[in-house]
Design a protein around this ligand. Sequence first.
Ligand code: 3PG
Length: 306
Amino acid sequence: MKILVATEKAFAPVAIKLIREVTDAAGYELALLENYKDVSELLSAVADADAMIVRSDLVTPQVLDAAKKLKIVVRAGAGFDNLDLPACTAHKVIAMNTPGQNSNAVAELAFELMLYQARGGFAGKSGSELRDKHLGLHAFGNVGKYMAKIAHGFGMQVYAHDPFVKDDDILKEGVKICKNVDELYSKCQYVSLHMPANDKTKKSIGYDLLKKMPKDAVLVNTARKEVIDEDGLLKIFEERADFRYLSDVEPDCKAVFEEKYKGKFIFTAKKMGAQTEEANINAGVAAARQIVDYFKTGNEKYRVNK
Ligand code: 3PG
């Protein structure tokens, strides 16, 4: 069996070492394609792979056509919007993710962005504190839970809205429930996004919601840039000098922000949420174990395609 790790944004070396321990113990071969620059490199690397581990790398029909022996692809991470699921099914490839494995890293990054912004980038001017501020968690999955724990440490008031999570599961984390998004955005100076990107959520955060946010509003996006309606976001920035946008990955309208709104945004150049040694180890090793388990026992627990 040949397991290919294909990552345009490489894992930490220690994670690769631990992934190799898992594949060695199973008697499988491990192949690495890291920091590749062109999809043609992926197409040739995947040609003889039985399994593949990816991060945000796009698994398209073209990649699957080239992957003649592929039986399983695991997205080492939570969001699997980069996997073409119908195409995986059509190619008889099992698709999985590794939910929860990098959630703490993403939550910590959200706070790093909030703290850096609250202190004006450590430029010597008086800033503000997080204590007693209202934090709204838009979606309350694995990242949302870590957000709540950290926020409580800072003394923030934490609210959440997530129609897919039972009220009790939100309340037991010490988080107050908002019955709808309007309430969440109206109550919270800080709103942090934690939903997946799918047909329902894409472009769902726009002007009508954002305008409800209180004075000195801060929108934190460590989810996906696609969930933002960027025209609506730009309209808010035109109208409100107090608005801030912190995003893990640059929006398509980055040039407008750079021209007009200096100091009011932070954008990471590459997605950094899961870029820690710990998250790379957790997600990478989980992916390798899931592949071995699937081949040895047929376990499909984390399958995301039908
Ligand atoms: C995820 O969905 O798990 C994160 O966005 C991580 O993405 P990355 O593996 O590309 O850093």
